[in-house]
Design a protein around this ligand. Sequence first.
Ligand code: AQP
Length: 334
Amino acid sequence: TPRVFSGIQPTNHLQLGNYLGAVKRFVEMQNDGMETIYCIVDLHAITVWQDPADLKHATRELAAAYLACGLDAEKSILFNQSQVPQHAELGWIFNCVTRLGWMNRMTQFKDKAGKNAEKASLGLYAYPSLMAADILAYHATHVPVGEDQKQHVELTRDIAAKFNHDYGVEFFPETQPIIEGAATRIMSLRDGSKKMSKSDPSDASRINLTDDADTIAKKIRKAKTDPEPLPEALDGLEGRPEARNLVNIYAALADISPEQVIAEHGGTQFGQFKPALAELAVEKLAPISEEMARLMADVAEIDRVLGKGAERAAEIAEPILAKTYDIVGFVRSR
Ligand code: AQP
């Protein structure tokens, strides 16, 4: 049976790309009746330095964001990664399956480590191997992600295949990435060649789910564009990454296709289109940030939800780890 797993790092505030490319789709899959497991990947977060108090806050805020976006903690399993030790345990086994040559091809490591890769943590390097463990500890078959995670999900398949091959078993499934819709790669509002990211030093480059209506409107008004009006046909967006990005954001927020956006707004100047986009963004995002604030007033309740989710997650992962240990040849006598 199909089982969906995905995760988000509790680093800074959730941004619009995380919402449109990930959480919104997570909720749709939950509502389509699929078995859905959604994780707050705090073990991944510490691959780069996190202030401990900030990490706790970001973890709870991300839980609140998931819930405010429509995630139902009864229908889906929602938890933070470090409360389910099977992730780290399977991650170690996968560190021993994964080849250095595979890791050397991971573009996200190169992006995140920057020029000074010697100073990057070993954890950042091993990130994709832990991500494979996140997915495969549940035998998840489908992983909804943004475009930037495609390479990591492909690596997950390679790790599963090598494990199965080396041990002569058919144990770990082949996982499918699900990368669909207009919002798989939302770009920075300041630079159409860079993806929108929580950790971009420029706050104006992104819309945070915690931004108020005025801030959202201002960021969209100031978003970088070219001087031309919107084209009359979709192919007129070629070579215009900033314009394309705003059209994609509009489409994803309104649940329509980019073609429909052009059909409705083609030929209009950004002076007109941006206010329409700002209005739509505020209409869709303001209720989420209000609900997040309401949920954040009761941190004990959020912690309770995460604890319950972790119990349910561990119930699935425990037998899979037990079997993995047996396959690998570990003696288990207690
Ligand atoms: N710009 C984006 N457009 C579409 N999807 C995106 N995602 C991230 N940015 C975009 C998707 O959001 C999910 C969670 O991402 P993450 O927190 O695990 O880490 P990330 O991909 O590294 O996202 P950020 O915002 O760039 O975080 P930082 O800056 O902390 O590294 C994933 O499914 C991702 O594809």
